[in-house]
Structure formats: structure tokens, C-alpha cells
Design a protein around this ligand. Structure first.
Ligand SMILES: N[C@@H](CCC(=O)N[C@@H](CS)C(=O)NCC(=O)O)C(=O)O
Length: 234
């Protein structure tokens, strides 16, 4: 297969673009990681006209612009060998992705009063956000995560080898921990093992080491130890 020219366009944050980055990294697939500041993105009319829906993340592959987080992540998963060939396994991976994204979307509504990065959207004040998150953590979150825990099978979510679903679960907890630094995975041990599977992947470890701002962690051969998340927010 000839090498593809791949560029990811997103904001300079993990957000909804990170699963695609992680999978390209896990697959050892070269890509250009173009990161925008909010103002820069807002003023980049040339980019916006090229984006299928005027939004990021977007993935340009050999000159073709693709959008929508799940579509580009699925594309990355296929390239990286992280998407099952079996249609049922693929559908099970998909349902986990959609579920994690639905669940994370609930938290996004507690952070932004509209579409993140869109003109007019602002962030809620930190104390207001934390109050909403604390309530969600007490009420909805335990059952939602317990449903995911029930689906975990051994060290992966689907099948015997790491897939996009595992990367998604890893990213799910990583993003939750960014919001709730004291969140422990102890109540969900099977999901903890899945996260370890991803965190122990050599190329994922390499990615995290290369991005210490986003992953302020100590990475060991057995996985990932959360370091600064207990001391404060980024
Ligand atoms: N459904 C889209 C949503 C994309 C989206 O909301 N992107 C935000 C950044 S996280 C954006 O581009 N905001 C700027 C804008 O809408 O003008 C997806 O899943 O990719």
C-alpha cells in the first residue's frame, strides 16, 4: 500500500479529535497534527470553506477532506488495524463508541453553553461547572459506567485484541479525569484493565511521552500512573 498523506485539523486540545490521533499513533501511521487556537480557527475562512461541515475535527487524506469524529476515527481505526473485520464485532465496537460519546456529551453540556468553539459559545464558570459535574457524578454516572463495565471482556472490550473500543474507553476515562482529577477506576476494575491495555501499548506510551501537557503522567511498563491530576487541573 502506498503511503497516504494524512492531516488532522483540530483545536490544540485533546477533545473529540484525540481518539483519531491516538489510533493513528498506535498504528504507526504518519500524520500532520495541525492544531488551531480558537481565534485562529474562527478567522481562517480558507480552512472553513474546505471543511465539509465547517467544523473540526477533520481529516484530510490524499486531498480528500473528511469530517465527523466517529467517521474519521473509524477510518483511522481501519488503517491502524483497530477495527474488526467481523461485522458483529464491528457493530459492537461501534455501539461502545456511540455510548461513550453520548455519555461524554452530557459532560460537555456542563462545560459549554453551546457548540464548543462556535461563535457565541462560552464556558460556564468553574464553580457552576463543578457543581453540575458533581451532581452528574453522584446520579447518572455510576449506572452509565456500570453498563460499560458489564460489556468489558478480559483485557479488551471486544474480541481478543485491542480495538478502537478500547482506545475509546481509555480516552473516555482520560477526559473524565481531566474534569474530575480524583476519579478512580476502582469501582470498574474490568474497565481499568482495558485502560491498562491501551496505556501499555508502546506507541500509545510514545504518544503520551511526546505530549506531556496533555498527559502529565508517568508511564511504566505495566501501564500508566496518574501523577499531577491529583494536584490540580490543567
Ligand atoms: N458532530 C461533529 C461535531 C463537531 C464539533 O462540534 N466541532 C467543534 C469543536 S469540538 C467545532 O468545530 N466548533 C466550531 C464551530 O462549530 O464553528 C463531530 O462529531 O465531529
Amino acid at each position: 500500500m502506498t503511503e497516504r498523506q494524512i492531516t488532522l485539523y483540530y483545536f490544540d486540545t485533546k477533545g473529540i479529535g484525540e481518539p483519531t490521533r491516538l489510533m493513528l499513533a498506535a498504528g504507526g501511521i504518519e500524520f500532520e497534527d495541525v492544531r488551531y487556537g480558537l481565534e485562529e480557527f474562527t478567522n481562517d475562512a480558507a480552512l472553513k470553506t474546505r471543511l465539509p461541515f465547517g467544523q473540526v475535527p477533520a481529516l484530510e487524506v490524499d486531498g480528500v477532506m473528511l469530517a465527523q469524529r466517529e467517521s474519521i476515527a473509524r477510518f483511522a481505526a481501519r488503517l491502524a488495524g483497530l477495527y474488526p473485520d467481523d461485522p458483529i464485532d464491528a457493530a459492537r465496537v461501534d455501539m461502545i463508541i456511540v455510548y461513550c460519546n453520548d455519555t461524554l456529551a452530557e459532560t460537555t453540556k456542563m462545560i459549554f453553553n453551546g457548540v464548543p468553539g462556535a461563535p457565541g459559545t462560552t464556558m460556564f464558570a468553574a464553580d457552576e461547572r463543578d457543581k453540575m459535574l458533581a451532581q452528574w457524578r453522584e446520579t447518572r454516572m455510576p449506572e452509565q459506567v456500570a453498563r460499560l463495565e458489564k460489556l468489558a471482556a478480559g483485557s479488551t472490550m471486544v474480541g481478543d485484541t485491542m480495538t478502537w473500543a478500547d482506545v475509546c474507553v481509555f480516552n473516555f476515562f482520560d477526559r473524565l479525569r481531566d474534569l474530575m482529577p480524583d476519579l478512580s477506576l476502582e469501582p470498574w476494575p474490568k474497565l481499568g484493565v482495558v485502560c491498562e491495555t491501551v496505556a501499555a501499548h508502546p506507541r500509545i506510551q510514545e504518544w503520551m511521552r511526546a505530549h506531556p501537557r496533555e498527559y502529565p503522567v508517568q508511564v511504566s511498563s505495566t501501564g500508566i500512573q496518574i501523577e499531577s491530576r491529583t494536584t490540580g487541573k490543567r
